[in-house]
Design a protein around this ligand. Structure first.
Ligand SMILES: [Zn+2]
Length: 120
């Protein structure tokens, strides 16, 4: 024998009807979440750019080490990117720079070797 609906189940059914109606009526506005996502991606890119200017490693690629001279990147606990010749060594103050003919390549500031890090 089927149980009669309680007040609670009637309320749930009413909410489901409202939900279904709102889903149908929101079809023309389905682009809104995508616009929101695009806006957030733009904000994230802007924040990453500002972080880079402050010397913070944003984690968009692996840390690199030059196979020619041994200069390597390290990330400090506070997120700053430094270069050194041994783990925990003093910061040389030099930074690997973007290659002028390709953003996916970096140039060692010490010896000029062109490196292609793994971008994430
Ligand atoms: Zn080098």
């Amino acid at each position: 024998m089927k149980k009669p609906p309680t007040d609670n189940s009637a309320s749930v059914h009413k909410e489901m009807r409202v939900f279904r109606r709102s889903r149908r009526s929101s079809k023309p506005a389905a682009k809104a979440p995508l616009d929101s996502l695009v806006a957030m991606a733009g904000q994230l890119a802007k924040l990453q750019g500002e972080a880079r200017k402050l010397g913070i490693f944003v984690g968009d690629r692996e840390l690199i080490a030059c196979p020619t001279c041994g200069l390597m990147e390290d990330e400090l606990v506070d997120g700053r990117l430094v270069t050194c010749h041994e783990i925990g060594g003093p910061d040389t103050g030099m930074r690997f720079a973007a290659h002028p003919r390709g953003e996916d390549k970096l140039i060692c500031p010490e010896c000029g070797t062109v490196l292609r890090p793994q971008w994430l």
